[in-house]
Design a protein around this ligand. Structure first.
Ligand SMILES: Cc1cc2nc3c(=O)[nH]c(=O)nc-3n(C[C@H](O)[C@H](O)[C@H](O)COP(=O)(O)O)c2cc1C
Length: 221
């Protein structure tokens, strides 16, 4: 596929056919994804290919309460887990009684489950001392995560990165044997899409791009 088409059509896919993704295809996807950039080219990412159904179940069970929290905030019209606005949701109640999630319900049969972790010691976090939530560190691992999805799409494979597991990191640390100093960046699932969406809803360039200043004129090309 053309790169432009891959970028424009890599939709979040959560529903997969039974067709397996062979290990050599997964290897090729990761082999492309590893060319992602990272601060100082430190490449702090590590990937666990979770094949054991029991391991997958443990991870999905860790994610389920977070899904409950996410949904409870979403139905209130909030951005879930916002760092700038406190939630009005009762997170404890939501976590205790999460709604069903088809991905977690069928995690054992999803063709590919990956956990991407990152070595915190490899992150160059230039905004770490600002008096606000830090954002830069993620930039050294999420390009890699998205590269996985792009490389998958190029091979007719779909998927989605999820971040529920990051909130359940303490439990995931035990399940995965994740060493201290490593953080969970995402849990990604891959497979052949039941339906491939190709028209993604995204804001136009001029709606998110301005000239010279944040409040400058829209950049229209
Ligand atoms: C950093 C990040 C975190 C995400 N976390 C989740 C998640 O926890 N669960 C999930 O189902 N999708 C998750 N997604 C997928 C988004 O929901 C998806 O990219 C977005 O809704 C756009 O979907 P579309 O490409 O199909 O239009 C995440 C995406 C990103 C980039």
């Amino acid at each position: 596929m053309e790169l432009s088409e891959v970028m424009r059509t890599t939709a979040a896919v959560r529903d997969f056919t039974d067709e397996p993704v062979p290990d050599d295809v997964l290897y090729a996807i990761l082999d492309d994804a590893r060319f992602a950039p990272s601060g100082g080219n430190r490449q702090g990412w590590r990937v666990v290919v979770v094949q054991d159904p029991a391991q997958r179940r443990r991870l999905a069970d860790l994610c389920a309460p977070v899904w409950g929290e996410y949904m409870a905030q979403g139905v209130l019209g909030e951005t879930p887990f916002s760092v700038v606005r406190p939630t009005r949701a009762d997170l404890a109640a939501a976590a205790a009684d999460p709604p069903p999630n088809p991905l977690f319900a069928h995690i054992e049969t999803v063709p590919v489950v990956l956990v991407v972790a990152v070595d915190l010691g490899a992150l160059a976090v230039s905004d770490k001392d600002l008096d606000r939530h830090s954002i830069v560190g993620g930039g050294s691992v999420y390009p890699f995560c998205h590269n996985i999805l792009l490389a998958a799409r190029d091979r007719g494979v779909g998927g989605v990165m999820t971040t529920f597991l990051a909130r359940a990191e303490d439990g995931a640390r035990d399940v995965l044997g994740l060493p201290d100093g490593y953080a969970i960046a995402s849990m990604a699932v891959l497979g052949h899409p039941v339906k491939q969406l190709t028209r993604l809803r995204r804001a136009a360039v001029e709606d998110v791009t301005t000239v010279d200043r944040f409040d400058g004129a829209p950049f229209t090309g």
